[in-house]
Design a protein around this ligand. Sequence first.
Ligand code: MTE
Length: 328
Amino acid sequence: MNQHSKPDPTIVASQITPRDVFEQRRTLIRAAAAGAFGATLAPFFARSALAQTTPAGSGTKLAATRNAQYALMEAQSRYKDVTSYNNFYEFGTDKADPAKYAKSLITRPWTLAVEGLVKKPKVYDIDELLKLAPLEERIYRLRCVEGWSMVIPWIGFSLAELIRRVEPTGSAKYVEFVSLADKKQMPGLAVPVLDWPYVEGLRLDEAMHPLTLLTFGLYGEVLPKQNGAPVRITVPWKYGFKSAKSIVRIRFTETEPKTSWHVSAPTEYGFYSNVNPGVDHPRWSQFSEHRIGEGASLFTPTRKTLMFNGYGEQVASLYAGMDLKKFF
Ligand code: MTE
């Protein structure tokens, strides 16, 4: 985390991480001038997190039809990695924490309120929401701002399916996503690493883009809790933090939503957060990435990060004429 008013997140880590791992991490974090997102250190975290965790999936199958148009033909990341190497700060800041602590998340009953500048606001029960449109399997790359990536078969349908049904008014320009914030279920909320609840946002046309996925599952099963059960957003051309997990509210607004990471560190996390190897994070490069599962040492070869995470053909037109260094 940067030098703003938030406490050092390593305080949490010291309470929940084995001492040797914590000590190693603390040294590394300090060396990187402290930060919740310690990009270049991801391989170290990967090794410690993956070694310690036996991931638990949801164990509940979820049928979906593969949408070939959105099925990336790249080796899929291992299920074990996808479900044990997570960012979900409501359950702790260590990559292994969500798999360990998200068991306390109650995913039924669950409602998603869709409100704000829409003609037909509605509170959806999760089981009704699941039936709103046919479920598709889409294989997307997810690139985290920390410098790692995975390839994951998600299950869901385009968020646009939901947006069309609630009929945004002419003045709706942005969409805000709000995650659950319940101290009883989420131990990480005890620490003000971010201003809770976790809030993310998109411009309305980004939210309407068919790639933006209202997500209910992965690898043929209901979302494991650590991956954002029972419903999350997945926006594959943006850094992973734009993909809010365990959402309870979608709100249509006229003004740009105040997103958690931007509020926390405005010079480091812009509203757009499109994957862009040409715009470095102020404290580290975004030029390349480490694919989780392809080794975990400083000597493992990295991959060149692609503009818009490789989805430029589909999404570049959304940003025509914009200076993407200014609107990072
Ligand atoms: N959503 C909430 N509510 N809280 C979080 O801490 N972390 C984000 C995003 N969504 C986060 C969140 C970040 S930084 C990433 S990289 C992705 O979730 C990780 O998703 P995954 O664990 O399913 O790979």
